[in-house]
Design a protein around this ligand. Sequence first.
Ligand SMILES: [Cu+2]
Length: 118
Amino acid sequence: MSKTIIAAAVLIIAAFHARAYGNPLPNTQETLTTVYSAAGDINPRSFTVAAGHKVRFQVNPKDTGSGCMSDIMIPGLWNKPVLLVKSKPVVMEFVPQKPGIYKITCSMGVSRGEVIVK
Ligand SMILES: [Cu+2]
């Protein structure tokens, strides 16, 4: 193969990668970690990430949630509520596309924090 063909192939692969993952090569990932407790809810509770970059958001529950705040979601970024169960980490992986402020909530929409996408 000529160098031109190889260069074109690399560009095409990069374009497909960007379409699939929403960010240019190299892929970057940001890991956000928070701890849930019955007394303090999630701590820390405010996060800032860059649009187009993969995010891994992990919640480590010290307690099992109860009542209204027993599950967690991030409407617009992670729309499926996940139950908070003691010692069972919750992992949400997503690529935020649109800048804005996304509330971290329970499944009924009560705010407990935010993810700011810049
Ligand atoms: Cu609730």
